[in-house]
Design a protein around this ligand. Structure first.
Ligand code: ZN
Length: 315
């Protein structure tokens, strides 16, 4: 596998598709996953194991996981809201599962219909299940701290609450925690502050990834702040598809194409081929012609004379 400095984890097939009404056909999802993997994306969150009644867009997640598992070198991630979801994800063969815990309890009740205590009970049940598996069949398990930077329902979320929930997730047995700006409220200084606080609480090796949105246009600035703190995995969505259906007004993930361009042009290795990545948009726009796709780089094109792997800095 290509050596990389920063892992771009594509979340469009999960975060993007679950927040729009149109259901993408299974064949198009597979083509999308295949195209991004062929463009060099090494990790894709391909779906969410939620009841189809709640999110019919995600009804074929098991099939997508099984398919994605056939792509060599690709890490296949899936979101699970509870033990049942984890059982299904393990059966389908996901390499990595993540369970969201909303630091804002109001959001937790709206999103997962659970209190913090109930979410932590699910985490402990999933950890017990994982511990019963042979080590080579055990997926990685991340607890993702959503609404960590603010909540559309509660407003500000105290940093002490974020560190407390991070500690509880690790104590419950998660391999690591992630920081999620579900509502697109974060700013770079807050990123720096929260990453340092959470790492001092649970250890630097237990916080390596962030999931940020571009709701207020600060997505890439926030990513840079996170990278300066030593974060190595960043989530994004092709065409910026998606947001959060339970966070009113929050739309727009970080655009994978713009993120990949920023990192590549800075000489930070991601393994992603920009032209192939941008070409993959056709699959999404073909299947979802009425959904807006975002991104400056795809519209502007690569700069004249662009050379991949670091550009524009004279020695
Ligand atoms: Zn998101």
């Amino acid at each position: 596998m290509t050596e990389i400095d920063i892992l771009i984890s594509e979340v469009g097939p999960r975060d993007g598709l679950q927040s729009i009404q149109t259901i993408m056909p299974t064949a198009a999802k597979k083509a999308w996953v295949a195209a991004e993997a062929a463009a060099g994306v090494q990790e894709i969150e391909v779906g969410s194991f939620v009841p189809p009644k709640l999110l019919p867009q995600m009804a074929d997640t098991a099939e997508i996981v099984t398919y994605a598992r056939t792509i060599p070198g690709l890490t296949v991630a899936a979101l699970v809201p509870n033990l049942k979801g984890a059982e299904n994800a393990i059966r389908a063969g996901a390499h990595k599962i993540s369970l969201p815990l909303s630091v804002s309890e109001t959001h937790s009740k709206a999103n997962l219909r659970k209190t913090h205590q109930q979410v932590l009970d699910e985490v402990r049940a999933i950890v017990a299940l994982l511990n019963s598996l042979p080590p080579d069949q055990r997926p990685g398990f991340e607890g993702s701290l959503s609404t960590a930077f603010g909540c559309t329902l509660e407003g500000p979320v105290p940093a002490t609450k974020v560190t407390e929930m991070a500690r509880k997730l690790i104590e419950a047995g998660c391999d690591e925690v992630g920081l999620s700006d579900t509502t697109g409220m974060a700013n770079p200084r807050q990123l720096q502050h929260l990453i340092r606080l959470v790492r001092s609480e649970v250890g630097a090796d237990k916080l390596t990834g962030v999931h940020l949105h571009n709701t207020r246009g600060l997505g890439l600035a926030n990513i840079l702040a996170a990278l300066d703190e030593g974060i190595t995995t960043v989530d994004s969505s092709l065409g910026g598809l998606g947001g959060c259906p339970y966070a009113p007004g929050a739309s727009g993930n970080i655009v994978t194409e713009d993120l990949a361009f920023m990192l590549d042009s800075m000489g930070i290795r991601t393994g992603v081929d920009l032209e192939k990545l941008i070409a993959g948009r056709n699959i999404v726009t073909g299947a979802l012609p009425d959904e807006p796709m975002y991104g400056f780089t795809p519209d502007a094109g690569l700069p004249k004379g662009y050379t991949p792997g670091g550009w524009g800095i004279d020695s």
